[in-house]
Write a protein that binds this ligand. Sequence first.
Ligand code: ATP
Ligand code: MG
Length: 583
Amino acid sequence: MATYWTRTLIPTLRQDPAEAEVPSHRLMLRAGLIRQLSAGLYTYLPLGWRALHKAIQIVRAEMDAAGAAEMFMPAIEPIELLAETKREIEYGPDLFRFEDRRGHVNALAPTHEEVITEAMRAYVESYRQLPLNLYQIQTKFRDEPRPRFGVLRCREFIMKDAYSFHLTVDGPGGLDETYRRMYDAYCRIFDRCGLRYEIVEAESGPIGGSASHEFMVICDTGEDTILKSDKGNFASNVAKCAIGEREWSLEGAPTGDLEKVYTPDCGSIEAVGKFMKVKPKHLLKTLIYFSGEDVVIAVVRGDHNVNEGKLKAVWGGSVTLDEELCAQLFPIGFVGPHLVAERDTLNLVVDYDAAQDQFWASGANEIDHHVKHFNWKRDVLDLIDSSRVKVADIRNAQDGDPSPIGDGGVLRAHKGIEVGHVFKLGTKYSDAMGFTVLDENQKQRLVIMGCYGIGLGRILAAAIETSHDEDGIIWPAAIAPYCVHIVPIKFDGELCKICSDLAGELEAAGLDVLIDDRPERPGVKFKDADLIGCPVRLTVSEKTLAKDSVELKLRRERESKGELVRRDQIVARCADIISGERV
Ligand code: ATP
Ligand code: MG
C-alpha cells in the first residue's frame, strides 16, 4: 500500500537546525528522518526508519548469501563477562553500566564478542562443528566522549555484527576463507547501497599482515584520515599507515655550540617556534611514555605526530601517557632528547625524520628553556649506551609521504567515514574465555575467530554526505525511503483516484510510493520532495492529465524540467529507472 503523507509523520523543517555541523546531520533532521532525544540518542522517524530498513535488508540478504546465520543476543550483559576479557577496564568510561534490582552490575553491550563466545563455548566441543559464522542486527551502546554528527557518532546505534569460528587460519574452513567471503559480501553490500568507498588496511590484529580492513566512504566531513598512494595500489588508515623508506643518520657534526635560550611560557611547539623563530620542522617534539619500570622518550619532528601503535610495536611492549606522573618527574613542555642521559631507566625512540643531521632546536630539560644546535652525536650518542636508542617509523603518515610499497608512489590524505570493519581476531577471546575444541587428534585447541561489523545508521548518513545538493538529499534508489514520490498539484476530486490507482500499479511492480496528499501549495510540496530526495517524482495535475500524461522528474537531474510521460507507460518507465539505478 502506498503511503499518504498525511497518514505518516514527516516533519520537514524549512530552516537549517543550528546544532547540525555536517550536511547529513542537517538534512536528516530537515527531511524529518530522525529526531534527537538527547546527546547521541536519536529516534528514527518513519522516513528514516524505512531507509534504514532497506539498508538492513540488503545487509541481511548478503550475510545470508555469504553463509552466515542470523541470531539475536541481549543488549544487556553481566559485567563478569566483560571482566573475563578485561574489556570491562579497556572500554573505560565508554561502557554504560548499571546495577539491577538484585545489585548485579550489568553493561549495555558496546559489541558482542563475549556474549557470542560464551554461547559458543557452551555448545561447540569438536572441530567437526566448525567453521561457523553467526551474525545479528542489534543495538549497541557506547558512551562516546564526543557524540556528534547525528547518527554518524551516537551513543546508541544499530550494528550488524558477525563472528566466525575456525580451527585453522588457512585452508578450507579456515579463517582466511571466511574473511575473504565477508570482505566480498561487504563490497556487494556497499555497492548495492549505492556508496562509493575505499577499502583500507587498518590496525592489524594478532594475526598480522592485512588482518583488518575498514570500508571507508571518502568525504571531507569524515572523522578518519586515510592515506592513498597516487599509484592506486595502497590505501591505509592513518592509525596503521606505514611510510616508505627514509634515510637517516645520528652521526653528523654539530651545527654550532649548544645554546640555551630563555623561552618563558612557551610550552607548545607553535609557541616555541614563533618565539625562537624556528620552523616546526627544525624543532624536536618529545613525548614521554611509561612502560612498566621503563620510560620511553618518543621523538618526532615538530610538524609530525607520534603514532602510538607504531611506537608500541617498535618498543615491543605497551606504552602509556600519564600526564600527571610525567609532570611530577619531568619539565613537561621543555624536555629534549638529551634527557635520556640523566637516568638509566630512560630510553629513546627516534623517528626517521627526526634522526637527521641538521639544525635542531629542542627542549633544554629545564622549565622555561630550550636549546639551539642540539646534536644527536654530541648530546646523546656519545653519552649513553647505544642500546638505549632506537630509530624507527613512529609517526603518523601524512600527505606527501612516500608510499610504503616503495614504487615511487606518493601518499595523499583523505577524510573518510568508516561504515564497516572486518577483523581477524585470532584467539584473543577464545583464549581469555577458555573456548577450546577437540581437533582430529583429540587435542584441545583454541578456536580462531574473526569479527565483522557494519554501522547501519552510518550507511544512511554516508550516502547523504556524498549525495545531496543545496535543496536536499539525493537518495541512491536502493535505500531511498520511497522509490517514487507522487505530487498531485491539488489533491481532490478525480486526482485522488488517479493518484491512488497509479500508486497501486507502481506498488504492484515492486516500487514503493509516497503520495503527498497535503492541502499545501505546489511550491511547498516540490521543495519538500527535493528535500526528502526520492529518486523519481511524478507530478499529477489536470494539465498533465488533459494530455493523458504525468510529469516525471528525476531527483538527481536537478536542472531538468521534467518530462511528460504517457499514463500507460509510466510504470514501466519508473521500473526501468529504479532497476537501472540499483546494482
Ligand atoms: P570508530 O573508530 O568510528 O569509533 P569503531 O572502530 O569503534 O569506530 P567498531 O567497533 O569496529 O567501530 O564497530 C563497527 C562499526 O560500527 C563501525 O565500522 C561503524 O560503522 C559503526 N560504529 C561504531 N561506533 C559508532 C557510533 N558511535 N555511532 C554510530 N556508528 C558507529
Ligand atoms: Mg569507536
